[in-house]
Design a protein around this ligand. Sequence first.
Ligand code: B16
Ligand code: MG
Length: 219
Amino acid sequence: MDIKACIFDLDGVIVDTAKYHYLAWSELAENLGFSFTEQQNEQLKGVSRVESLEILLKIGKLHFDEKTKIQLADKKNKRYVEFISQMTPDEILPGVIDFLDELKRHNIKTALGSASKNAIMILEKIDMLNYFDTVIDGTKVSKAKPDPEVFLKGAEALNIASENCIVFEDAYAGIDAAKNAGMKSVGIGSKANLPNADIVIGHFLDFGLSKLKDSFKDK
Ligand code: B16
Ligand code: MG
């Protein structure tokens, strides 16, 4: 394939904000009288805020009306925002900046495609607001991954066809969203967790444009 654009998920690809989501969700669970483990937090990766709350309440076997659920999601978000407001550029995952710089040097467009409504704040904190040619976040989409909306909007904003885009994702639903958008994907994590990804890498260290091109030359 002819690679013209790369679309990056945020949490789990550019930074590890999952740990802050976990701290905020587990505090909420504790307030509600049950414990929430780091293993259970895996289920929330890449999932929207409201869907995450539904999963959490199912684990706690609790039921609330819609108004209370909105209050609970707001409460969690306030705590999460307290955590991310302390973030610094040191939290950018290893190898990410070098890879993005290499793409830029080779005129390959870049987009952020995240489910988070806090993506802009995170990018500001880590000094990456101007790194992407376009940012599509949770405030710009109405359908959650595996729906392809977030990636299709990214490709549209870049004016690049889906067949020329590669998505970088750490979540199962995100890899399926890329497939549903007609895009190829690079999974960040393990093949066991991301069986549908076209290729899987552990991290961006020792990864570059030549390896990317090589992996996708016959795809
Ligand atoms: P917010 P991503 C996702 O980010 C997270 O992985 C997921 O855990 C979170 O619930 C979702 O964003 C919404 O985040 O509450 O900040 O709107 O992986 O799509 O970059
Ligand atoms: Mg993610």
